[in-house]
Design a protein around this ligand. Structure first.
Ligand code: ATP
Length: 456
């Protein structure tokens, strides 16, 4: 199991960051842009800019490393977004993947019934303005699309509403093409699409988003053991990448929230300005998925134990979370506006992102732009480092401003080339969080930085 170092940086009473601050930083510094902005945008759909793509890739790669690469009994797949339409009948999505929605007759705001506080639901009262709510209406969230070109022969299908279905579809192929035996897991990261009735809160609820899933196949007698194992594993994983450890908790689903096949389900929740909200779900799926796909496809998806010859439909532990929600929660967790202090007289905005995940790992800065030797040395160092990790070279503006620019995007290290460098081939390495500085030989830089920015 991965153990990340303890990085509790802030205290419990650090104020929760308003979403608008993150939206603004993301746009200004190139993390996230509204999709099709020049046409007025599309609600609930976003594009990722140069820094956003680096952060996303790091988040995905770290998940993959900790789930697939270091667990011998877990493998990965990448399934297509479009599948046979029968998949969604078998999964129950065509019939049941619905949200029930009410609208306030006064302020016209819309609410999902399952997100309304109980008293507002009971009194039929808008939680924002107190106005009367409409009767609930039901909406299916699946996004339809069509395969084929000839009118009348086109087949209606769906963009996948949850990525995990591919894992059940490929389960038998994975089993037959690998040497895996139960218990084993299949992981996937992939896009999912939902016609959310209340998209909003930036990346929190989108219509196109990315999910990561583990489906872990077990003998029914071992279900409880593996459920507990993955539940703890995933909690520790999230704990390892945030600073505010006290903002993470489990929420057990109440009996009336559970699917009929589930004995237990837990959400891992994070507390932000949006309140306590689901970050990932740990689900007891029993034999539901493979049984349904066996039934609907006519293919027997049962497993024969190679030793005991027992034949059974494996039970499944699912851990299902979101790349985009992780992206947003990490920014909400990492963002801090530090007031002026002895160390920084102007104050600064800083992203305390884990160095493993930070989009840029190091910035190389010549102290002055107009001293050719400083610039040449800094460029040489930058050219060496950029082959090893995402690096930036910056010689625009005074050194204080350049540090602040890097702090704001979460760059964990700045390397400054100054006049002493020209004498003894050492540089200053400044660390983002504590703003501490050390002197290091240029040749020692790659190993020093790699040790701190590579996960292990
Ligand atoms: P909710 O109750 O918030 O609609 P859900 O229980 O339907 O979520 P799941 O279907 O279990 O969510 O999806 C697994 C994960 O995918 C969630 O924990 C979340 O991280 C992510 N996710 C789900 N819906 C969205 C969305 N619309 N936008 C961004 N991420 C999402």
């Amino acid at each position: 199991m991965t153990q990340t170092e303890d990085r509790t940086l802030s205290t419990e009473d650090t104020p929760l960051v308003p979403i608008e601050k993150i939206v603004s930083l993301c746009k200004r510094r190139g993390f996230v842009y509204p999709n099709s902005e020049i046409y007025g945008g599309v609600s609930g759909i976003y594009d990722f800019g140069p820094l956003g793509v680096e952060l996303r890739n790091n988040i995905r790669r770290y998940w993959w490393w900790s789930m697939v690469q270091i667990n011998d009994n877990v493998v990965g797949i990448e399934g297509a977004i479009i599948t046979h339409p029968r998949v969604w009948e078998a999964s129950g999505h065509v019939e049941n993947f619905v949200d029930r929605l009410v609208e306030c007759k006064n302020c016209k705001r819309r609410f999902r019934i399952d997100h309304l506080p109980a008293e507002n639901l009971a009194q039929n009262k808008c939680p924002v303005c107190g106005g009367e709510l409409t009767e609930p209406r039901t909406f299916n969230l699946m996004m339809e699309t069509y395969l084929g070109v000839v009118e009348g022969e086109r087949m209606k299908t769906y963009l996948r509403g949850e990525a995990c279905q591919n894992i059940y579809l490929d389960y038998d192929n994975v089993l037959k093409s690998s040497r895996l035996q139960i218990p084993f897991g299949i992981c996937q990261i992939g896009k999912a699409f939902r016609n959310e009735v209340t998209p909003g809160n930036f990346l929190f609820r989108q219509r196109e988003f990315e999910q990561w899933d583990l489906q872990f196949f077990v003998h029914p007698s071992e279900m409880e053991k593996w459920f507990d194992y993955w539940k703890e594993y995933r909690f520790e994983w999230y704990k390892g990448i945030i600073n505010h450890k006290d903002r993470l908790r489990f929420r057990e689903h109440a009996q009336d929230e559970l699917a009929h096949y589930a004995k237990q389900a837990f959400d891992i929740e994070y507390r932000s300005i949006l309140g306590w909200q689901e970050w990932e779900g740990i689900h007891w799926r029993q034999d539901w998925d493979l049984s349904r796909h066996s039934e609907y496809s006519g293919q027997d998806l049962s497993y024969t134990d190679p030793e005991t010859k027992e034949r059974y439909i494996p039970w499944i532990v699912e851990t299902s979370g979101g790349v985009d929600r992780t992206f947003l929660n990490l920014l909400l967790d990492a963002y801090e506006e530090e007031p002026p202090s002895g160390k920084d007289k102007e104050g600064r905005t800083v992203l305390h992102l884990h160095p493993w995940l930070a989009p840029v790992k190091v910035a190389v800065l010549p102290l002055q732009k107009n001293k050719e030797e400083l610039v040449t040395t800094a460029r040489d160092i930058y050219n060496r480092l950029k082959r090893l990790m995402v690096s930036q070279y910056d010689d625009v503006a005074n050194i204080g401003r350049r540090y602040r620019r890097q702090d704001e995007i979460g760059t964990p290290f700045c390397v400054t080339v100054d006049f002493q460098t020209l004498e003894d081939s050492t540089v200053t390495v400044r660390e983002r969080d504590g703003m501490t500085q050390i002197r290091l030989a240029i040749d020692a830089l790659p190993a020093y930085l790699l040790e701190r920015v590579m996960w292990r």
